[in-house]
Design a protein around this ligand. Sequence first.
Ligand code: SAM
Length: 258
Amino acid sequence: MKNIKKFENKIITGDVIKTIEKLPKESVHLVITSPPYNVGKDYDNHNDKMEYNEYLKWLEEVWIQVKRVLVPGGRFCLNIAPTGIKNFVPIHHDFTNQLRKLGMKFRTEIIWYKQTMLKRTAWGSWQSPSNPHIIPSWEYILIFTKNGDSLEGNKQDIDISAEEFKKFSDGFWKIKPERKRNGHPAPFPEELIYQLIKYYSYKGNVVLDIFGGTGTVAVVSQKTGRKFIHIDISKEYNNTTKERLRIAQEELSQKPMS
Ligand SMILES: C[S@@+](CC[C@H](N)C(=O)[O-])C[C@H]1O[C@@H](n2cnc3c(N)ncnc32)[C@H](O)[C@@H]1O
């Protein structure tokens, strides 16, 4: 896996497909990502309101590359939520079908319960069965594997505690959305990424985020002794990632040795 070395612990500014194409095949253990949801969010450098079929076609090209770069047994954790009120779009089903057609195995789905809908109960008809509508207060983390379920690794690189393993094995994860936005419309909370990384990878593994945003996957990978590869099209978000990594590194070096 020599050729992957030059990409490790790098922040790469560029288009997802053009960049991921440069990564060697079978070189990444874990991909964690959340694509733009195509709901018109105000990203720095991306049109988030594409025609739906065009959007799906674009992402299918991305999934093909994700599969190519994963090692056998490698995992793909894909965060997505159904969108829209009037025109409810089950994107998570469309992505699942796409990935299964490409030969990725659908292992499970994690419910990321964000509990954000408590004050918003009146979508559709209020107190009437004529047309009530449930807006999910959760998102999904869809988990896929490539070529078999087992990921090879050394016993001494397992760093999940029994407590954590038990807790994360219940696929209903109550984690509040990230409040600190760092100038980005949709950042991951660190806890969500921590749980995915600890559960699905060994220390020293390569973790890739192809729509890295402000770098939550990179930061948590660094904090947990994994190598990250961070791709995003926005220079501004990547500058924020660089700064977050610097602060995380500083905090790590100030921690007293235990
Ligand atoms: C949902 S956000 C990811 C946020 C990230 N999980 C975080 O914690 O900050 C999607 C990201 O995809 C990026 N993006 C959109 N189009 C892209 C493209 N063609 N190539 C690379 N990145 C792209 C956007 O700049 C945005 O930061």
